[in-house]
Design a protein around this ligand. Structure first.
Ligand SMILES: [Zn+2]
Length: 91
């Protein structure tokens, strides 16, 4: 699902990007690499930045037949949360 990003509340620009950062969170007992992915919406024009959304995702999943644990999320979920936070921001 592609979410709509509202224009920048400061400069009204619609030139917005969803910024992504990632860092190693560790390895689980199955040697699967876990990363913390951090998303925020950023305005290209005035450089305003929205609230940060982050979560833990599998960077490498060796055992695809195992269900994801409760703490695991997906890039799409985190990204959508960052967009929600940006869209709902009170100015
Ligand atoms: Zn702006």
């Amino acid at each position: 699902m592609k979410m709509e990003i509202k224009p920048c509340p400061f400069c009204k620009s619609t030139s917005l990007i969803v910024d992504k950062k990632s860092r190693l969170a560790g390895f689980n007992g199955l040697e699967e690499r876990i990363e913390r992915h951090i998303y925020s919406v950023r305005c290209n024009k005035c450089k305003a930045r929205g609230p940060i959304a982050s979560g833990l995702v599998f960077a490498v999943k060796n055992y695809h037949n195992l269900p994801d644990p409760d703490w695991a999320t997906t890039d799409e979920e985190i990204k959508n949360r960052a967009i929600d936070l940006w869209n709902g921001r009170i100015i």
